[in-house]
Ligand binder design. Structure first.
Ligand code: ADP
Ligand code: MG
Length: 275
């Protein structure tokens, strides 16, 4: 009881027939997949595919209409604090009056508990994470004063300070400069050495195929899941993106990264929710 049998090496993350709905609208419909220990998964799909919804369900921010999520073979609630989540930029209130240090310390909250003050170990973890992301000198600055790239590094530091077993990052490569993209990728490589399981949503198909061990292709339902070379076939991409895939010299390019695009294409149910 309570002992993990490493000879079985259970999947870190199991989703069984997950459905998530907003009012009547099923944003995720009957998803089933497993992410084994230490894998790095890219989540790819058009705007409105349910990528953000999936991540929010995985951290318990959205209720499941049906299905079950297991972490280390246990129901989600029991292992909630081993999942770190870096939300999509647009979903964060950057004007919230907190310092860089405070944001990173929030990553420790589930460990600290609400009734206990931060201890030496917590402060050390926060400073270590800040230094790791090159943000220690900005620790006392309000988060709103930072550039977009710096803000993202702070959120990565927060995820690091949490010492997660599973890290979820929602579009960390969208809307940040190249050097932040590179340090995000370096962080992923660092976490891979520590056997952290990682899921990242991205519109960059080249990055998904070159730097991830698996790809989940999503459009409300699961289109395909597995090795990048098999998943990112022209047939699968056309099914996920409804033919809005451009082939350039044999390389698939999707034009979906900017909010607003979807209104021009206008093929996804539920898009009216975006203002
Ligand atoms: P993605 O991240 O892949 O762009 P989302 O998970 O944000 O997709 O959204 C999936 C679908 O759910 C979209 O159709 C979107 O309009 C809808 N949706 C997302 N959040 C809400 C919400 N809070 N209320 C109602 N509908 C929502
Ligand atoms: Mg999203």
């Amino acid at each position: 009881m309570g002992h993990i049998d490493h000879s079985l090496e259970p999947a870190r993350l199991d989703l069984h027939n997950i459905t998530v709905a907003y009012n009547g609208f099923k944003a995720l419909d009957d998803l089933t997949f497993q992410v084994p220990h230490g894998e790095r998964v890219a989540v790819v799909g058009p705007n409105g595919a349910g990528k953000s919804t999936l991540f929010k369900a995985l951290v318990g921010l959205l209720p499941l209409r049906s299905g079950e999520i297991r972490i280390h073979g246990k129901p989600l609630g029991e292992h909630q604090d081993c999942v770190a989540y870096v939300p999509q930029r647009e979903e964060v209130d950057w004007h919230f009056p907190v310092t860089v240090y405070d944001v990173v310390m929030m990553g420790r909250f589930s460990r600290i508990g609400w009734l206990r003050r931060a201890g030496k170990t917590d402060r050390e973890a926060v400073w270590y994470a800040l230094a790791q992301m090159g943000m220690d000198e900005l620790a006392k600055r309000p988060i709103q004063d930072l550039s977009g790239g710096q803000q993202q590094r702070v959120f990565l530091a927060r995820a690091l300070a949490q010492e997660p077993h599973i890290l979820l990052m929602d579009e960390p490569f969208t809307g940040v400069d190249a050097s932040t993209q590179e340090s995000t990728m370096e962080l992923l490589e660092h976490l891979e050495q520590q056997q952290v399981t990682v899921m990242v949503s991205t519109h960059d198909l080249a990055m998904a195929s070159q730097r991830f061990s698996r790809v989940l292709l999503l459009n409300r339902r699961m289109i395909a899941y597995g090795a990048p070379g098999e998943v990112l076939s022209p047939e699968n991409l056309n099914r996920a993106f409804h033919g809005q895939v451009l082939m350039v010299n044999g390389v698939a390019v999707v034009d979906q990264c900017c909010p607003g695009d979807e209104h021009e294409h206008g093929t996804y149910p539920g898009e009216e929710w975006h203002s």
